[in-house]
Structure formats: structure tokens, C-alpha cells
Design a protein. Structure first.
Length: 290
């Protein structure tokens, strides 16, 4: 195994067990809801997801804060002190300052530890997409790749990480400035559900609008059918914001219609959930194009 450690942020939505098994350190992110700041890490018990989403449904407003340079540095420094190098995989720069903060911290740490390597990659991804790249980096670490080779692999693969999702209620995207108030009202009235994806810059782009919930879920599967590469050897990740039954429907459709080797359903944490809202479903896989 190569002598470096992988670090990422809580947006990756890895469970504590997965992170430990992969040898990945997850740096917590701050979620502010109901006037309370909570540090959310890998499957953190400090913010039970059922209560979090119930609060949003009841009208609570939640916001998040990027990982700051000091938090990155504090997380990575012990690794460098032990003589290991570090690879940091950060939440998309198109949506957060977390990547910029990681670069600032890396510059400071290189001055402090001139004999060590600290590499930072912008995943241009969120949630399961970020998690996919973390898993790929871990595989390369276990295979004996150098930190440079693992970083190069992430940079090469990130353009093929497909991230499709839909939301059940446009109000959460409206709060974040993703849709106008008028569009939100009309969407709710007409039961129009946006189908979105992450573009090449790591930003959210609306691809189409589906009429009704089931149609929007089917549109996610259709996107995978168009773009997935080598599905028989892939694991697809289906994330959900407190709507497991809908995620199970998407999983079953993916296995039946696309022929994926494996599909994993998981809960999306509050870092993305605060902005997508209850009822959001995401589909994450490798494809020919984003």
C-alpha cells in the first residue's frame, strides 16, 4: 500500500464504516439549522437525518458552511507529522469554497513540511459523485499507486462522473437562488419537477422539466441509459433525501433496464439536503459524458 492518506469533506456522504474501510479521513462540515450549529462528518450522529428532514418539512431553514483552511490543516497535519503524504479530494469548486480553502491549507502545510507532498483535487462533484472518486482513489492507494498517480487518476476520471438528480419541492432551490420565485410557484402548481445534473464545471444545470414525480424519476434512469459506460462492471449509487421508497424504485429500474452490476441506496446528508430539500433523489455513476 502506498504511503499516503486520503482526505475529503462531509459532502461525500460516505458512512463512517465505508470511510474507515477505505482508509479515508472525512473532515466535518458545519450545518446551521434551528439556530444551532452542528458539525456533520461521516455518518455523524450529531444530526439525525430523520429529525433534520422533518424540520425542513416543518419550515425550518438550514444553511451550510464550507470547510475553512484551518480545519483542513488541522486534519491533514498529523498525517504529515507521521511521515505520510496527503491527497485531498474536495467538494465541487462550482458550488463551494471548500476546494479553495483546501488549496490555501495545502500551501501552508507544504511550507511547514517541505519534504512531504500535499495534493488537492477538485472533484467537481457532490455526494455520491464525490464518493465515487474517493473510492477510486482508495483503490489506487491499496494497489500501491503513488499519491501523484492517484491524484492524476481522479483528475482524469472526474469528467466521466455523471450526477443526475431531481427534487420534489422547488422552494429549497429557490432559497439558494437556483430558480426564481415565479418559476417555483408555477412548478408547484403544475407539478413540474426539474431534472438536473452537474455540468463540466461542477455546477448545477437544469436538463429538462418532467410533469410529475414518477416521470422525473424515470428521467434519471433514462439519462443513465443514454450515457453509462460498461454498466455490467459498475456500481451505481442512488441517494435520497428522506424518500427511500422513491430511491428503491430508481434502483430497481436501473438494475432492470440498464443492467448495472450493483446499485447502492444511501441517505444524502444535510450538506446537500439543506439545499435540495426533502424528496430529492440523485443518481451517480460513470458515463461517456456528464
Amino acid at each position: 500500500m502506498s504511503d499516503f492518506r486520503i482526505f475529503t469533506d462531509a459532502c461525500c456522504d460516505l458512512t463512517a464504516a465505508d470511510a474507515a474501510g477505505l482508509g479515508i479521513a472525512v473532515v466535518p462540515m458545519t450545518v446551521i439549522t434551528a439556530g444551532r450549529e452542528v458539525s456533520f462528518g461521516a455518518g455523524s450522529a450529531g444530526l439525525p437525518l430523520d429529525r433534520f428532514y422533518a424540520g425542513l418539512r416543518a419550515g425550518a431553514v438550514a444553511t451550510t458552511a464550507a470547510v475553512n483552511p484551518s480545519a483542513w490543516a488541522d486534519a491533514v497535519r498529523p498525517c504529515l507529522e507521521r511521515g505520510c503524504d496527503a491527497l485531498v479530494l474536495a467538494f465541487s469548486s462550482g458550488l463551494s469554497a471548500t476546494y479553495s480553502s483546501a488549496r490555501i491549507a495545502a500551501g501552508e502545510l507544504r511550507e511547514e513540511f517541505p519534504d512531504r507532498k500535499v495534493l488537492v483535487c477538485d472533484t467537481l462533484a457532490v455526494s455520491g459523485g464525490e464518493g465515487l472518486l474517493c473510492r477510486e482513489a482508495a483503490v489506487r492507494r491499496f494497489s500501491g499507486d503513488s499519491v501523484e498517480a492517484a491524484a492524476a487518476a481522479v483528475s482524469r476520471l472526474r469528467g466521466g462522473v455523471c450526477q443526475w438528480f431531481t427534487v420534489d419541492d422547488l422552494q429549497y432551490l429557490r432559497r439558494g437562488g437556483r430558480v426564481s420565485g415565479a418559476a417555483s410557484a408555477v412548478g408547484g402548481l403544475l407539478q413540474v419537477k426539474p431534472v438536473m445534473h452537474m455540468d463540466a464545471r461542477g455546477r448545477i444545470e437544469t436538463a429538462q422539466k418532467a410533469r410529475g414525480r414518477r416521470a422525473s424519476l424515470n428521467a434519471l434512469v433514462a439519462a443513465m441509459m443514454r450515457t453509462a459506460t460498461d454498466p455490467q462492471r459498475q456500481t451505481v449509487y442512488v441517494g435520497h433525501c428522506d424518500c427511500r421508497e422513491d430511491a428503491l424504485y430508481v434502483r430497481d429500474q436501473v438494475l432492470e433496464r440498464v443492467g448495472m452490476a450493483k446499485a447502492v441506496v444511501y441517505p444524502i446528508g444535510p450538506v446537500i439536503g439543506a439545499h435540495a430539500g426533502p424528496g430529492a433523489v440523485g443518481l451517480f455513476f460513470f458515463g461517456a459524458e456528464r
